[in-house]
Every structure is written in C-alpha cells, then in structure tokens.
Ligand binder design. Structure first.
Ligand code: ADP
Ligand code: MG
Ligand code: ZN
Length: 485
C-alpha cells in the first residue's frame, strides 16, 4: 500500500479591531450587543451611487500583521471587486484585493511537538470586507443582519507547507497569538472574529506533486479544524486507494457530529470576474511608512519565549506555554516584578493556577480577571521559600486566594497554617502515630517500604498538613530506628 502524506494550506480571515468599518464610518459593533442592522449606512448597505473611502486604521493593522510575519510590503496596493451573489452581500460584489495585495512572501516558524521548528511560508495577506450575517429561522425564513457587512478583514494565506493536522494546529495557534499580541484581533473563534479554512490534499509520501485539493469551511474552533483535517485526509486516502480519485470541492464541517459535508464543487478565480475597484484610488505605501510601522511592533510571542529561556532560565516548553497568551505572559512578568522567582512562579502558574482555571472553564487569556493577583502569588511563594509554610499548605492557600482573593500572609496567620517546625510537637505526633499503628510498625520493621510512606502520611495528617516535611521525616526515621534496635 502507498504511504500518503497530507498537504495543507490555511486561509485565515481575521477581523481587524478597528473602530469603524473598512469603507464607511459605521461603528464596528459586537453582534451580541447591537440590534440587527443598526450599525449600517448607505455605503455598507450597498445603495446605488455611494462611494467607499478607505479606513487608514485597517491598513495600519494589516501592515503590522504583514511585517510581524516577515512579509514584503509592495509599494502600492490595488483593491478589486470580487463578484458573486449572496443575500449577505447586498452590493453583489465584495471589495477585496487580488493582484496587488498588502503583504506578500512572509513566513511563520512553527514549533513542532518533537521540539523542533518548521518554517511555513505565508503567500500573502490582503485586506477585504466582511459580509453580513444570515440567520435561518427554521420555518423557511432567512434573516439578514448587515452590522457585520463592511467590517475590515485581513485574509492571510499560507503556502501548502503544512504536513499534518498537528502542524496546522501549531500554525493556527501561533498565528492567533501573534494577532493578539499585535492588538488587531482578540482571537475568539466562537464569535467568528477569526475564521480558518483548510485546503487539504494528499500525495504519495516523498513526492512533490500537488494533487487536487478540497477546501473545508465553517471551522469554529482550532480543535474542530484538527478533527476535520484528520477526517478529510482519511477520506482522500481512501478515494485514491479505491481508484476513484479526489474531486475539487468545498466541504463544511459539522463539529457536533464529527462529519464533513460536501457543499458544492469549488468556484475558480475566473468565476468571480475580478476587476480593479474603480471607486478607490491605488494605495501607495512608502518605505518610510513601512519602517515606522515596523518600529512600532511590540515584542512578539517567539521573541518573548526566547527571552524567557535566555534571561530567566526557563525551558522552552514552559516558556512557550507562558508566552502563548499575552495576558499570561504579562501576569507572569508582573509576579516576577513583585519579587517572585522565575521557576517557582512558572510551576505554580502552569501547574496550579491553570488547573483551577480549567476547572472553572476559564480560558487562559482570562488570567487578568482571577482573584489571585500576581503580587499575591509572589508573596505566597516567598512564604514557601522561607519555610513559613510548606508546599502543601501553599497549594491550600492558593485555593483560598483563588476563591476569595486576599493576602497570603494574613490567610496563613488567621487560619493557623504556619508550618510546624517545633521538634517537640513533631516528635509527639510521631509517637502517637506509631502507638496507634502497631501492625504497620511491625510490617515496616519486617522490611516493607510502602508502610514508611503511609506512616509519614499519618504524621503529616496528625500535624494537619503543616509539618515541615524534612523535620517530620527525620523524626519518623529516628523513632523507627529506635524501635528496630
Ligand atoms: P484560491 O484562491 O482559489 O482559494 P489558492 O491557489 O490561492 O486558491 O490557494 C488557496 C490555499 O490553498 C492556499 O493556502 C494554498 O496553500 C492551498 N493549496 C493550494 N494548492 C494546494 C494543494 N494541492 N493541497 C493543499 N493545499 C493547497
Ligand atoms: Mg480559497
Ligand atoms: Zn456603513
């Protein structure tokens, strides 16, 4: 049997977080808040005789993305009409860019699960406008809301360089993270502000041919995208193996059922009758302006990750987790600024705080809203570091901080959680535990190591979890040794 390899290219539509729309001065509104069709005007409603004007902020944001992806910015841009009919597009054409896009020939270095990286080429990024939104009521009617019509979109198109669903996932996550760092998109796929389309083909492993591809739309989450790609790769391998071959098509994805839906055979560029938009002048972008935008770019996730490794001694995996979401990296750095040590803060953040947030179904970008402040986390770890509390207690205090907020030192004092280091108290606890568990002591003396752990646990319990572990262990060892002789 032939071994196949997937060939995947992603098209990403990202709404730009501008204040107004792409070609008119209507506000960009949150669809869950604004009543339908209230943020509209004759331009975005597609009335005859109106003229578009270009949104400079959208161009600026698109440039930032292009430059962050290492793209070349050509000296001029041209907008183009992409003609098609759909009820959510009242004009009958979408203003997009075709031959002369905003940014070309970039790349994104993705991190692979095995620790390596791979460079994925970005073919182009162009500006266009979003369409309206259709709601099918189920009783035969369809409602049109044009609040979204004309919202700026940046379409970012990769070369078909991705070789697995996992690589597509890494690309999608890292691209989303970059868009968030740049402040151009908050990355919430469930609200449709960021949409992925996956182009998928397969070919005999090792060959460099490009076979017929299909395009999967309606992907509402990165996890859904991964599942859809895996399904489609399997389907195509089966089609080649059974001699039927793959036909070009547009597919939908039903995430609840885990099913691909074949929607239609794909249109080609010539179906759209692209032609230059006569109502907008060419847009010239000077090298000086490009240099200025480049100057203003923030530190991006990969650079921040590398800095965390280099300056803080974190391993690459931890650093990648801490920098994937800008809010998490900011929180982490705030905890360090408050005196936290890099590794313990990283451990508590990744191991404990993320666990608590997961249990509450909170996304990591919500870290700025939790009740544990970065300062409190730093203080908590300082108490543990100084031996005022042990690690178990630190976790208990963290639970309290997470639920109620507050000051770690005061919580420790008020609830009597300070670590027990008093030797007499520890010895008394050891003696009573040994007296209460004669059978276990006997088993230990007969050579059972497991029992030693149990006895240690009992002593810690007798000390209500607050014993200084090393002192407890020593006292226990001593008492058991005395019983042996
Ligand atoms: P269109 O503009 O019709 O969508 P493009 O040629 O611009 O077509 O390609 C769109 C996307 O499809 C790009 O991301 C590209 O990388 C990807 N792509 C092109 N050919 C293939 C192929 N044979 N297999 C998988 N992906 C492909
Ligand atoms: Mg396409
Ligand atoms: Zn408008």
């Amino acid at each position: 049997m032939t071994l196949y390899e997937p060939v995947i290219g992603l098209e990403v539509h990202a709404e730009m977080l501008t204040r107004s729309k792409m070609f008119c001065s209507c506000a960009v509104v949150d669809n869950t808040e604004a009543p339908p069709n209230t943020a509209t005007c004759p331009v975005c409603l597609g009335m005859p005789g109106v003229l578009p004007t270009l949104n400079a902020e959208a161009v600026e944001m698109g440039l930032r993305v292009g430059l962050a992806l290492g793209c070349t910015i050509p000296p001029f841009n041209q907008f183009a009409r992409k003609n098609y009919f759909y009820p959510d597009l009242p004009r009958g054409y979408q203003i997009s860019q075709y031959e002369y896009p905003l940014a070309i020939n970039g790349f994104l270095d993705i991190d692979l699960p095995d620790g390596g990286t791979r460079r994925i080429r970005v073919r182009r990024a162009h500006l266009e406008e979003d369409t309206g939104k259709l709601t099918h009521t189920g009783d035969g009617a369809s409602l049109v809301d044009l609040n979204r019509a004309g919202v700026p979109l940046l379409e970012i198109v990769s070369e078909p360089d991705l070789r697995s669903a996992e690589e597509a996932e890494a690309y999608a996550r890292q691209l989303r993270s970059i868009l968030q760092y740049l402040g151009v998109n908050h990355g919430d796929m469930s609200r449709g502000v960021l949409r992925f389309e996956a182009n998928v083909s397969v070919r005999p492993a090792g060959s460099d041919e490009l076979r017929t591809r299909t395009e999967i739309k309606n992907l509402n989450s990165i996890r859904g995208m991964v599942r859809a790609i895996q399904k489609e790769v399997e389907r195509q391998i089966h089609l080649w193996e059974s001699g039927q071959g793959v036909r070009q098509a547009t597919l939908g994805w039903d995430d609840d059922r885990g099913q691909l839906i074949i929607q239609r055979t794909k249109e080609s560029a010539s179906d759209y009758r692209y032609f230059p938009e006569p109502d907008l002048p060419l847009l010239q972008i000077s090298p000086e302006h490009v240099a200025e935008v480049r100057q203003g770019l923030p530190e991006l996730p990969a650079a921040r990750r590398d800095r965390f490794c280099r300056d803080l001694g974190l391993n690459r995996a931890d650093a990648a987790i801490l920098t994937a979401e800008q809010a998490v990296a900011d929180y982490y750095e705030a905890a360090l600024a408050a005196g936290g040590a890099p590794q313990p803060v990283a451990n508590f953040l990744i191991g404990e705080i993320f666990r608590l947030m997961n249990a509450d179904a909170l996304g990591r970008d919500a870290i700025g809203t939790i009740k544990v402040t970065p300062e409190a986390l730093a203080e908590l770890l300082r108490l543990a570091q100084e031996g005022a509390i042990n690690l178990n207690t630190a976790k208990r205090v963290l639970d309290i901080l997470y639920a109620e907020g507050g000051d770690p030192a005061r919580i420790v004092a008020e609830r009597g959680l300070a670590q027990v280091t008093d030797e007499d108290a520890i010895r008394a606890a050891v003696d009573s535990v040994l007296a209460e568990n004669p059978a276990e002591v006997e088993a230990y003396l007969a050579g059972s190591e497991k029992v030693a752990k149990f006895l240690m646990g009992q002593v810690m319990r007798a000390l209500r979890g607050k014993g200084q572990p090393q002192a407890v262990q020593e006292a226990l060892d001593e008492a058991l040794a005395a019983r042996r002789s």
